[in-house]
Design a binder for this molecule. Structure first.
Ligand code: VTB
Length: 334
């Protein structure tokens, strides 16, 4: 039986647990706390399932993160390299920590997994990305001028550029990009956080999102790639050494170099980021979003909405789960 099939229910419950835990902190204004409880819930649930899991994208390097750090072995079969359930795992227990802390839409709990070696161990730095869905796959190039990419996306959708919407993170660094998109005539949706969820929306028709452009986190780029493998979409990306609250540009460049990422011109394609032959992806809504509803508490339980995708099985499931503390709690149809 394929790994994907074996682990389906298990992985759904992992992101559900993380989503419920963090949703309980929604609006408390404490993003670190929201993230911590999501990490704890995800790790506790992972420990109960029959996998020899290895975290390849996690909460940070071992010295910075107590749990779900890169390299951590998780699952009941942890450390058993002969296990036929050896999987590499990329987690983002709470994507959009600020969104959750502010009760804003778009926060999700996410996990992607593959056979060993199927997901790039990307460093925790920035990544320049362009993401499109299956309709515009093959029509863009990271180095092409913005207007050219938009023209080609519009052609794929058989419409005008003015009928496209591009999602961009609202950041100072995106001034030029925003200017170029406006000048080309496309519409823009600025978001405060969460380019992973936006990338998934771009790969689903009917969401009104046609592309995501700009620079966000590299680890999320790999998880986006895993989702694109399942959805038939495309991501092109490049690592960027860019200062953040902890490091200068030069420090990032040095760290990238020490991890073996010396060619900062290299464009990573979807398959470079997530090359696995068996890929699964699970994402549960924490707050309401484009595709998923957030966690709803009803007194005596919670209801979650999850997107679970399996690449080789070619299934995309929208899973609506009622978690009851008390088995006598009535179930509502909707
Ligand atoms: C933001 C955030 C994303 O990376 O892009 C962040 O919204 C990095 O950018 O969800 P800043 O340091 O400027 O906030 C993500 O966390 C993932 O790509």
């Amino acid at each position: 039986m394929s790994l994907e099939r074996l682990l389906e229910q298990d992985f759904i419950s992992v992101t559900e647990a993380a989503a419920i835990a963090s949703a309980q902190t929604m609006g408390l204004g404490d993003r670190k706390h929201a993230d911590r409880v999501a990490v704890e819930a995800m790790r506790t649930t992972l420990a109960e399932i029959d996998i020899a899991g290895r975290v390849v994208i996690g909460e940070g390097e071992r010295d910075q993160a107590p749990m779900l750090f890169v390299g951590e072995e998780v699952g009941r079969l942890a450390g058993d390299e002969n296990a036929d359930r050896a999987v590499d795992i990329a987690v983002d227990p709470l994507e959009g920590t600020n969104l959750c802390a502010n009760g804003a839409p778009g926060a999700v709990a996410v996990l992607a997994a593959s056979e060993r070696g199927g997901l790039l161990h990307a460093p925790d730095t920035y990544m320049e990305k362009i993401v499109v869905g299956p309709t515009a796959r093959g029509a863009v190039h990271l180095d092409a001028p913005v207007a050219e990419n938009l023209r080609n996306i519009a052609r794929s959708f058989k419409r005008d550029v003015t009928d496209l919407t591009v999602v961009v993170l609202e950041r100072e660094r995106h001034q030029q990009l925003i200017h170029d998109i406006r000048e080309a005539g496309a519409r823009i949706r600025l978001i405060t956080d969460g380019d992973l969820g936006a990338g998934i929306a771009a790969a689903v028709r009917g969401t009104g999102v046609h592309a995501v452009m700009g620079t966000g986190g590299a680890p999320e780029g790999v998880i986006t790639a895993a989702a694109m493998r399942c959805l038939g979409g495309e991501i092109q990306a490049r690592l960027v050494a860019l200062a953040n609250e902890n490091e200068t540009d030069a420090e990032q460049r040095e760290r990238l170099g020490s991890l073996g990422f010396t060619d900062l011109d290299r464009i990573y394609r979807t398959e470079d980021l997530a090359k696995g032959e068996q890929i699964v992806f699970s994402s549960t809504g924490v707050t309401d979003g484009e595709l998923l509803r957030g966690v709803r508490f009803f007194g005596g339980g919670a209801r979650t909405s999850t997107l679970f995708m399996s690449m080789s099985r070619r299934t995309i499931r929208f899973v609506d789960t009622i978690h009851r503390e008390d088995p006598t709690t009535p179930v509502l149809f909707k």
